[in-house]
Ligand binder design. Structure first.
Ligand SMILES: [Zn+2]
Length: 202
């Protein structure tokens, strides 16, 4: 016998305790948690947020992250040149932390969500458990998302400590913060229950 999703049977599951309730119930009969139906139009909304985040990722990495003004010269740096600076100065650990927070983690979140949304859109039955875990991982990282911005802020501070000059945060900080927030919106508009819809014959 094929499995039927709760939504198809006119039911929905409590997000806290997984108790099934009728679709018109608004609180869980067992634990009292607020029940909500599937996020409407989630695939299109997730694409929209992802596109916006990816678009802003370009200025986040090309605009100056800081503007350092010394007496002789005005020096303008991007995130990557900041990483390079730390690396060359011998702060390999810090260079790796900043590189991970500013390049690896945001790219992983964007690519992961895009892949999940794409598989759901083409009604793929591929590895639902692995995809559900990937979504939970991205969602988990998202809760620490302001850490990314914090680390990039740290980069500015570190460079400021090393050169005797006036350093101001550049426009890339704002773009980078927007990437983090938009990616968070994309993760929240994604509906992970869609992953299981086409995996009924396992
Ligand atoms: Zn419940």
């Amino acid at each position: 016998m094929g499995k039927v999703s709760a939504a198809a049977a006119g039911l929905h599951a409590c997000p806290a305790c997984r108790q099934l309730a009728a679709a018109d119930c608004h609180t869980c009969a067992r634990c009292g948690a607020a029940l909500h139906r599937r996020k409407p139009d989630s695939i299109r909304k997730t694409w929209a947020w992802l596109l916006a985040a990816a678009a802003l990722y370009v200025p986040a990495n090309t605009l100056p992250i800081m503007e350092a003004r010394s007496i002789q010269e005005a020096q303008i740096d991007t995130i990557m040149s900041g990483v390079e600076y730390l690396w060359k100065a011998g702060s390999w650990g810090l260079a790796l932390i900043v590189f991970t927070a500013s390049i690896v983690v945001p790219c992983f979140k964007l690519a992961g969500l895009a892949w999940l949304n794409w598989t759901v859109q083409r009604k793929s039955a591929f590895a639902p458990l692995a995809r559900a875990r990937l979504y939970r991982l991205i969602d988990f990282i998202g809760r620490w998302s302001m850490l990314d911005v914090f680390v990039v802020g740290l980069l500015v501070t570190l460079v400021q400590l090393r050169i005797i000059a006036e350093v101001r945060a550049g426009p890339a900080i704002a773009a980078f913060g927007a990437v983090v927030v938009l990616t968070m919106f994309a993760a929240h508009s994604f509906e992970p229950r869609l992953i299981w819809d086409y995996c009924q014959d396992e």
